[in-house]
Design a protein around this ligand. Sequence first.
Ligand SMILES: [Ca+2]
Length: 696
Amino acid sequence: MDIRELKLADLQPSQFYVSEKKLREAESWFSPADLSAFDPIPVKILDGVPVMTDGHTRAAAALRAGLEAVPLVPDPDELDWEMYRRCVAECRRRGVRSPADLLSRIVPEEEYREKWDRWCDKMQAEVTAERGGHAVKTDWYKNAAVYQIYPFSFMDANNDGWGDIEGIISKLDYVRDLGVTAIWFSPLYRSPDKDYGYDISDYRAIDEKFGTMADFERLLDECHRRGLKVIMDMVVNHTSTEHPWFQAALSSPDSPYRDYYIIRPGRKKGGKLLPPTNWASTFTGSAWERIGDSDEFYLHLFCVEQADLNWDNPKVRREIADILTFWLEKGVDGFRFDVFNMSSKVHPLRDDTAKKTFQKGAQYFVDGPHMHEYLRELNREALSRFDCYTVGESFHPSPENAREYVRAENRELDTIFNFGHLDSDNIGGMKFFRKKFDLLQFKKGLFGPQTASFGEGWNTLVLENHDNPRCVNRFGIDTKHYRYEAATMLATVTYLGFGIPFIYMGQELGMTNCDFRSMDELKDPVSHFVYGLMTSYHMPKKLAFRFIRYGARDHARVPMQWDGSVNAGFNRGHEPWQCVNPIYPEINAEKDLRAERSVYRYYQKLLEIKKTRDAAIYGEMKEFAPGDRKVAAYSREYAGDRLFIAGNFTKRPVRFTLPEWVGGARVLLDNCGGAETGGGSVRLKPYQAVVWEARG
Ligand SMILES: [Ca+2]
């Protein structure tokens, strides 16, 4: 393939960022032995021809394969898909399954990665300087797979009952071997833990129970050495009330920090002092808390100990940009923004006049008037100065706003989470109130955002996180008899869609909900608040407990189940901060990895397809049989590469009609085995998921 075929001539010089000099430097790390491994394809670089890159690995691999050009993605909206496709095709033509495979044949991955990273960092710094401080944004996140770690409960190395950084490091090989490419850490910052890490009192410090900053830096390094990117949680809608800003705000009515928060005088009615508005917080009673015995209140949309920041104050936004820069300079690769779309409030703040039990005032802070503007500013001031990825946890955004947040050309966020499908087994999004599982709602919630953002932005795919019960205990699943089948089916149907898979720790083992015996075993303040509320409305305690146990966030927060030893191997016997799920001798990592039917090993196969298959990454998603109440099915297609995915959501066999082309297609993945295709249809066993492939 001639390099000029890649339409280089059509590109503007500003789109190149690798000089020939740099290329020569890069060439110097290939030993003659490395090069001979490529025989008869020598690595050659033509004078004056720039190499462009859309990802470290891919660029290096192509370079080594003798390809002179790899596409660059200076900005996501300028991506040349056609060029990318041809590049990958060329790798394939040379008998290499994927660029990553090519790489692993030559030098030990870690040694290579280190050299490459150093080179890229240097290059990135030069280009960033040339571009007035704005970095080149690569698209590494597009074929990423993210593993979420809730540090409290992952691994307790020093046996004090709390998970810690040392513990995480000891399990990084386990995480890497699953096949993920990035880790999102729930907050590791200093926190009084009123909301378990989501109430931050120092954004630049690691909490003592997890370790030290030096430990964190080692964690970052150990992740990077294994090719794992690091995504930090960022909770900046509110701070802990123990944060020095809030303490300073309280210290004096004249403190400039008062304007860091949303502080308003109360209203006097009939000799009584009422909060400034009637809003109810999501976690506890009124969203306003009186400041001492003054007439003023501060706003907290969540816990009393989580004071909302005033984003309309430019100094607050500057502080946030500086915090992001602090972590980016340390080398983290991205952020997950907690409830990001509540930060811009509508002023003046008014009563919620909607006729419902809880007046939350959502219309005065969800997708607020300056939300888009503030996100763009954070990009300009911090995010765009590094090659970093962002995902926003949104709080019920409107579909229009959801699209705008991720539209690449807007430069706001790369992705947001979409949770619509997770409400398909509860009433009105209230997770404690169970309803009969509705597959149509699940499909609409899962597939809708995939078509809405396609071609404009990127997407994420979620089944679990630290705020949700375990997926195998939901969606009407018969967990007792079909745990393995359901765990693997849900993953297949969810993760082969358009977007980045997010996997919550333990999900890859099919971990189940905990059989909590009493409220004492639950730690989450939300569980206790809602329980208190229910009983205050005279709901019998037993019944209230049943509701709580159905939807509690606590299920996901019990210690990770590593093996059958004491405390599931989470530590060496100290009582954990949160009780261990008594089922652990039966469900744990060691046992799953040895099992004939291993959820973990199935995830490995699934993620391999997800990360390397063009159709699974870039393909357009088309839903099939959207009205089917038992089966979810869709196709992904990219440049002649086709996949078809179907999953049975019931515990009974189902016959399902297939599109014509699938009839002759090869089965690529099958969680139960023995898919019976014939006569234009397939007979799916209970919770069976099948993936068919066809090329050309
Ligand atoms: Ca510990």
